[in-house]
Design a protein around this ligand. Structure first.
Ligand code: THU
Length: 137
């Protein structure tokens, strides 16, 4: 897996951020199990709550194109090491239980985690199946 390429794609996506309110730019680039890259930036809306994080923009682009399995996702932001918010961690959980999450300042300066380090004891699609058996439905 070319981590530097993923980070460089996230840095390019970050430039597209639409952030008139926070002025905080975030970019993300994910790698699917078929080695396809999807990118995303954060998009802010004047009434605030519809605002979408960069990670979810990239994930929803991938899923809507038929790619549901994420191997890795790189995130870059305007702070020193921008970590994904809780909502994005849960969305990554849905499509990338074993994903590697790369938090980068640059192609040379990055940290990597497994999703379960950032979202331990998580709830996901498999739990609904388990519960179905237990509940006899
Ligand atoms: N943001 C992201 O895009 N990803 C994150 O994981 C953290 C937060 C965005 C949302 C909002 O546009 C701005 O950063 C400030 O919260």
């Amino acid at each position: 897996m070319d981590k530097k390429k993923l980070i460089s794609e996230a840095l390019i996506a970050q430039k597209k951020a639409y952030v008139p309110y926070s002025k905080f730019r975030v970019g993300a680039a994910l790698l699917t199990e078929d080695d396809k890259i999807f990118t995303g930036c954060n998009i802010e809306i004047a009434s605030y709550s519809p605002t979408l994080c960069a990670e979810r923009t990239a994930i929803f682009k991938a899923v809507s194109e038929g790619y549901r399995n994420i191997k890795a996702i790189a995130v870059v932001g305007d702070s020193d090491f921008t970590y994904p918010c809780g909502v994005c961690r849960q969305v990554i959980r849905e499509f990338g239980k074993d994903a590697i999450i790369i938090i980068a300042n640059s192609e040379e300066d990055y940290r990597e985690y497994r999703l379960d380090e950032l979202l331990p004891f998580s709830f996901g699609p498999e739990n609904l199946d388990e519960d179905k058996e237990r509940r006899n439905v």
